[in-house]
Design a protein around this ligand. Structure first.
Ligand SMILES: Cc1cc2nc3c(=O)[nH]c(=O)nc-3n(C[C@H](O)[C@H](O)[C@H](O)COP(=O)(O)OP(=O)(O)OC[C@H]3O[C@@H](n4cnc5c(N)ncnc54)[C@H](O)[C@@H]3O)c2cc1C
Length: 482
C-alpha cells in the first residue's frame, strides 16, 4: 500500500472546505491514498457562512446569496447534488431602493451591475439633479483614459467617467454593500477589472455595457433561468452541511475548535514536511499545508518561512461589519416595504449601509404573518459600531428603519452578528501585492494560501481560488512527494 499523502487545511470556511473537496476526485482517480485534515479554530464550520434556523425563520449572519454570473459556486452545488435546492430572487418584488435626500427612491433597473444603460429613468426618479444626469451621460463622449500604470480608486474611476454626483448617489452605496469599503481606497483594477476593460475596449462604460447586452446569447427556452443572485432554499448553511457530509464520508478529518498556533518546517528543503502546533497542545504533520485563513492570520503562520511574504499579507487591510436580523409582525410593516430593500449612500451619514427585506427577496425565510428584515452596518470608517452592545445597535437600526422606511413597530425577535476584520479591502496596489505574495510562497514547496483575501471576496471567487489551489497541491503531491 502506498504511503498516504498528508494535507492539512487551516480554516474551515468555504475556501478551506471547497479546497478539501477539490482534492478528493484527483486522489480517487489516481488511486492515491489521501490523508486530509481540515482544522478550524471555531467550534463550527463555514466561517462567514452562518445560517440560523429557528421557529420557521431562516437568518443568515453573513452572506445571504451568491452571484450566478461567476460559475464556481453553481458548479459546486451541482457536484453536491444541491442544484434543485437553488432558489431565485422573488421576481414580483424585483426592485431596489436607495435612500437619497430625505426619502427612498427607486434604483434604476440594470444598475446593479454598476453601469447605467438607461439614462432616461434617472431624470424621473429625482435621484440625481439634471446636471448630474447630463454629466453621467457624458460618459458616452469623454475620451478613454490613456494607458498608464497608475491605478485609480473606485471613486476616481467612476467620478471621472460618470461624474461625482452619480458616483456618490448611485455607485458608492453598491460598492459599500459588496466590500463594506471606502471607495476612495479601493482599487478599480482589483475590484472591477472588467469595467476598466470595458472603458479600454469601448471608450465608454455605457457603450460597453450596451454592447455586452447585445452580445449576450438569448436564453434557450429549456435553460434553467437563474436570477443574478441565488441562494439555497434552506439557507447557505446547507452548502456547508453538504460539503461537511461529503468530506466526512470520504474520510476527511474535520477538527473544530482547534486553533493552529504555529507551522514549523520538518524534513529537508528537498523533501519538506510540516508540523502544525495546535493551541490545544497537540500537533499534526503534513506534506502540504493550505492556509485558508484571513491574510493577517496567514501572515503570522508564514512569518517563520518568509518574513517579506508575511509583511505583504499584513498590508491587506480588513473592514469590520455587522448584520442585525429582525423579525416583524407582517401586518404592521407590509404597507411600508417594497422591493428587496434599500441601500444608503455614505453621503447620507447614517449607520445603515443597507437593509434587505429578506422575506420579500427570498421564499420561505419567515412563516406566514412574519417579515424578516436584515440590516447591514459598519464597514470602513464605521467600525466603532461593533463596540456598541446589542440593545444599542438594535435601537439605532430601528431608529433608522423608522426614519427611512417609516417602520415604527418593534421587532418580535433580533439576532446580531458581529464580523470583526471580516472583509479584505482590495486597496491600490492589491493585484501587485497578491502577485508578489504568491510568487514568494511558491518558493516554499508544499505551502499554499487561498481565501477571500486574494482574487475576489465573493463565495464563487473563494471556491474558484480554492479549487485552483488544490489543483496545484495535487500536482505537487503526485509529482514531488515520494
Ligand atoms: C456580513 C457579510 C456578508 C457577506 N455577504 C456576501 C454575499 O451575500 N455573497 C457573497 O458571495 N459573499 C458575501 N460575503 C463575503 C463572503 O462571505 C466571504 O468572503 C467568504 O465567505 C470568505 O470565506 P473564506 O473561507 O475565505 O474565509 P472565512 O469564512 O473567514 O474562513 C476562514 C476560517 O479560518 C478560521 N481560522 C482563522 N484562524 C485560524 C487558525 N489559526 N486556526 C484554525 N482556523 C482558523 C476562521 O475561524 C474561519 O472559519 C459576505 C461577508 C460578510 C462578512
Amino acid at each position: 500500500m502506498a504511503t498516504p499523502k498528508r494535507v492539512v487545511i487551516v480554516g474551515g470556511g468555504i475556501s478551506g472546505l471547497s479546497a478539501a473537496f477539490a482534492l478528493l476526485e484527483p486522489a480517487r482517480n489516481k488511486q492515491v491514498p489521501l490523508q486530509c485534515t481540515v482544522v478550524e479554530g471555531q467550534d463550527y464550520l463555514g466561517g462567514k457562512i452562518l445560517t440560523n434556523r429557528r421557529d420557521g425563520v431562516i437568518t443568515e449572519g453573513g452572506p445571504d446569496s451568491f452571484l450566478t454570473t461567476k460559475p464556481a459556486a453553481l458548479a459546486l452545488c451541482e457536484k453536491l447534488g444541491l442544484s434543485s435546492q437553488l432558489i431565485n430572487t422573488n421576481q414580483e418584488h424585483a426592485q431596489t431602493f436607495t435612500y437619497s435626500k430625505g426619502r427612498l427612491r427607486q434604483f434604476p433597473q440594470g444598475l446593479i451591475s454598476m453601469v447605467p444603460t438607461k439614462v432616461g429613468p434617472l431624470f424621473h426618479g429625482g435621484l440625481l439633479s439634471w446636471a448630474g444626469v447630463v454629466r453621467m451621460g457624458a460618459d458616452w463622449i469623454i475620451p478613454r483614459r490613456a494607458r498608464t500604470n497608475d491605478e485609480e480608486t473606485l471613486a476616481e474611476f467612476f467620478s471621472r467617467r460618470l461624474g461625482s454626483e452619480a458616483f456618490n448617489r448611485l455607485i458608492e452605496p453598491l460598492v459599500s454593500g459588496i466590500y463594506a469599503g471606502d471607495a476612495n481606497e479601493l482599487s478599480v483594477d482589483a475590484t472591477f477589472p472588467h469595467l476598466v476593460e470595458l472603458e479600454r475596449k469601448h471608450g465608454s462604460l455605457i457603450k460597453g455595457a450596451l454592447a455586452m447586452q447585445r452580445a449576450r446569447p438569448s436564453q434557450k427556452p429549456d435553460a434553467k433561468v437563474r436570477t443574478l443572485f441565488t441562494t439555497l432554499r434552506g439557507g447557505l448553511g446547507d452548502l456547508i452541511g453538504s460539503l461537511t457530509e461529503r468530506l466526512s464520508d470520504a474520510g476527511v478529518s474535520l477538527r473544530r475548535g482547534a486553533n493552529v498556533r504555529e507551522v514549523q518546517a520538518l524534513g529537508s528543503q528537498a523533501a519538506p514536511a510540516y508540523r502544525l502546533e495546535l493551541e490545544a497542545g497537540d500537533g499534526l504533520e503534513a506534506d502540504a499545508v493550505i492556509l485558508a485563513t484571513p491574510a493577517y492570520v496567514s501572515a503570522g503562520l508564514l512569518r517563520p518561512f518568509d518574513d517579506a511574504a508575511a509583511t505583504l499579507l499584513n498590508q491587506i487591510p480588513y473592514a469590520s461589519t455587522l448584520t442585525i436580523s429582525m423579525v416583524f409582525a407582517l401586518p404592521e410593516v407590509k404597507h411600508l416595504i417594497r422591493g428587496y430593500g434599500f441601500v444608503v449612500p455614505r453621503v447620507e451619514n447614517r449607520s445603515l449601509i443597507a437593509a434587505t427585506w429578506s422575506s420579500m427577496k427570498w421564499a420561505e425565510r419567515a412563516p406566514a404573518g412574519q417579515c424578516l428584515v436584515r440590516c447591514y452596518l459598519g464597514g470602513r470608517g464605521r467600525e466603532h459600531l461593533l463596540d456598541l452592545d446589542d440593545a444599542e445597535l438594535t435601537r439605532r437600526a430601528c431608529r433608522e428603519l423608522a426614519d427611512i422606511a417609516g417602520i415604527q413597530s418593534l421587532p418580535l425577535r433580533t439576532e446580531v452578528y458581529r464580523w470583526p476584520r471580516a472583509m479584505p479591502q482590495y486597496t491600490r496596489g492589491h493585484r501587485e501585492r497578491v502577485r508578489r505574495i504568491r510568487e514568494r510562497i511558491a518558493r516554499q514547496p508544499g505551502l499554499y494560501v487561498t481565501g477571500a483575501a486574494y482574487d475576489g471576496i465573493g463565495i464563487p471567487d473563494c471556491i474558484r481560488d480554492a479549487e485552483q489551489t488544490s489543483a496545484k497541491v495535487t500536482a505537487y503531491l503526485w509529482d514531488c512527494v515520494p
